[in-house]
Design a protein around this ligand. Structure first.
Ligand code: ADP
Length: 260
């Protein structure tokens, strides 16, 4: 009997050690991810600082040349348009990378999440319409109020919608943005019926610099997770290849917010 008890004890100890080791490994992994983010942020901010002036000079020079060559041959104008577009792309990359270097502090104000969702819908309306994608809102009637920084949450929603739009396919491309109250939290879900995510990619999705796109940066989801966790919330993903993807954000609603 004693032997059986001892065996049971050692089995349960082993299970506990395994559980703790897994938790430790996960924590260590997260630490590496945040360090990676911090290093990218510092590098991006010093690079952007150095390159901003010459980039601005190129931009204004290009503007002048484009005006001067207004009547030039179509091929020349086409080349200039390509240069302008690529310059714009460089600037967008810098803007995204600089997002890592935001000050740590952020607003802790009451958030009207439904209004934020509607604002994002209006911002994205033209772009989605042109791509033939419908965006539907399913907003809860009485939503509890989380505290936070509306610009940052807006940025997260934009990141998710841009990804969903890129994954969208076919005539019935559809995105749904929904809000709901959920106990001591509130929930935002964004569902698309796009390409879905390969199961082997799911564990790496929120890693900085993880991308499957040839022109992707792999920063959108890493930044989004950083923002949501700074708000005390969580972001998760569920996806099926060929069917679509759902991102779920939960934000706590029990805190006391600052006043405007
Ligand atoms: P990027 O968009 O620059 O690749 P993100 O961090 O925003 O960086 O996304 C990382 C990867 O996650 C994408 O390259 C893509 O493979 C995948 N992904 C994100 N959202 C979706 C989605 N809604 N549907 C399918 N794949 C997605």
């Amino acid at each position: 009997q004693l032997l059986a008890a001892e065996r049971q004890l050692s089995a349960s100890l082993e299970a506990k050690v395994e559980e703790r080791t897994a938790a430790l490994r996960a924590a260590q992994n997260r630490l590496i991810q945040s360090e990676k983010l911090a290093v990218i942020g510092q590098l991006a901010s010093s690079l952007a600082h150095e390159l901003n002036n010459p980039l601005q000079a190129i931009e204004s020079g290009l503007g002048l040349v484009m005006t001067e060559l207004d009547g030039a041959a179509p091929e020349v104008q086409q080349d200039l348009t390509i240069i302008a577009q690529e310059l714009e792309r460089i600037q967008t990359i810098f803007r995204q990378m600089l997002d890592f270097y935001r000050p740590v502090s952020h607003d802790h104000l009451p958030l009207d999440v439904n209004a934020l969702c509607d604002g994002v819908r209006i911002l994205m309306r033209k772009r989605l319409q042109e791509a033939g994608i419908t965006l539907q809102l399913q907003l809860a009637d009485s939503l509890p109020t989380p505290c936070g920084d509306s610009n940052q949450i807006k940025q997260v929603l934009l990141n998710l919608i841009l990804n969903a739009a890129e994954a969208a396919r076919g005539d019935a491309a559809h995105i749904e943005l929904a809000t709901a109250a959920q106990g001591e939290t509130m929930r935002i879900t964004l569902t698309d019926n796009g390409s879905g995510i390969a199961p082997e990619h799911l564990p790496r999705l929120f890693e900085p610099l993880f991308t499957t796109k040839t022109r992707g940066l792999g920063l959108g989801l890493a930044i989004s997770r950083e923002i949501i966790e700074r708000h005390g919330g969580k972001i998760s993903v569920a996806s099926a290849l060929g069917t679509g993807t759902t991102f779920t954000i939960t934000l706590p609603v029990t805190g006391v917010c600052d006043h405007e």
